[in-house]
Design a protein around this ligand. Structure first.
Ligand code: PMP
Length: 295
């Protein structure tokens, strides 16, 4: 079912509207000039994992683009939870999105109102389950993650996804599941909607997030790995090094922890560390009975 014709409700500027009525005008600044930021969250067992971290990032993404979301983090958190419950969802994906409205058209949009909407739906697995377990195949993208001086790379801004969609479509046309992007200096950066990790000789290596999102999943995985006593090296990774890694996986809210078997000409074999972190991550996202009891 297309996303504009589903049943249910969407939180829209402070109230719930019928899913099919949650519309914007065609002369909306966010649509024309990319003045839009969003989040991707997952709920497990009725609880949204690291909700406050996502809400804080949403507010910060907007701030980087120069606008202020007219709701507090507490109001946004409550709206996310209520959207989930009004949709009768337990395991779900949530999409808050904020954008500049339609009062002014043109590059300048000083007087435009800021809107916020939150939708929730079931989104079981970002990659096909059968592909996911044996490892997905990644193409190497032609576009590079831009220099932070060229684009607001720390914002989860809709406009930055332009190169992601182009890269993912090019990869899919060649039969790949996704694409790995280098950064503007030529270092390994990330996939089109997830961060990337490698394993060599029992140690983990992951790119320093200095020109792309330091994903909430990425930070969780690093913490889980260190809890296991694993060494995690956050550093710049050169393309040549891809030949030296044995395991590779990507991670993100939608992708969770997904093993990678190929990146262009390079081959990886999902093994113990990937499997351990996949399992640890799935255990970590479950609501904690102790925390629930304390509330
Ligand atoms: N990089 C990009 C480009 C993404 O779209 C995402 C998903 N939000 C991530 C990394 C991972 O971020 P997170 O773990 O916070 O979902």
């Amino acid at each position: 079912v297309p996303f504009d014709s589903r049943d249910g409700v969407i939180w829209y500027d402070g109230e719930f509207v019928d899913w099919k009525d949650a519309k914007v005008h065609v002369l909306t600044h966010g649509l024309h000039y990319g003045s839009s930021v969003f989040e991707g969250e997952r709920a497990y067992g009725g609880e949204i994992f690291k909700l406050r971290a996502h809400t804080d990032r949403l507010i910060e993404s907007a701030r980087i683009l120069g606008f202020k979301i007219p709701y507090s983090a507490d109001v946004i958190d409550a709206a996310c939870r209520e959207t989930l419950s009004r949709m009768n969802l337990v395991d779900a994906y949530l999409r808050p999105v904020a954008w500049r409205g339609s009062e002014m058209m043109g590059v300048s949009a000083q007087n435009n109102t800021i809107h916020l909407a939150i939708a929730a739906w079931e989104w079981p697995s970002y990659f096909k389950p059968e592909e996911r377990l044996k490892g997905i195949r990644l193409d190497i993208a032609e576009y590079h993650r831009p220099d932070p001086k060229t684009a607001p790379s720390k914002s989860k801004a809709a406009g930055l996804y332009m190169i992601c969609t182009i890269s993912k479509h090019a990869a899919e046309a060649k039969g790949y599941a996704d694409a790995m992007m280098y950064d503007y200096r030529g270092y390994v950066a990330e996939a089109t909607g997830a961060n990337i990790f490698f394993v060599r000789d029992g140690e983990i290596h992951t790119p320093t997030p200095d020109c792309f999102l330091n994903g909430i999943t990425r930070q969780t995985v690093i913490e889980l790995a260190r809890r296991r006593g694993l060494v995690v090296n956050e550093r710049h990774i050169l393309p040549d090094e891809l030949a030296t890694f044995s395991e590779c996986f990507i991670c993100g809210t939608a992708a969770e922890v997904t093993p990678v078997s190929e990146i262009g000409p390079y081959r990886f074999q999902p093994a113990t560390i990937t499997e351990t972190l996949m399992n640890d991550y799935m255990a970590e996202v479950q609501p904690k009975p102790a925390a629930a009891a304390a509330e």
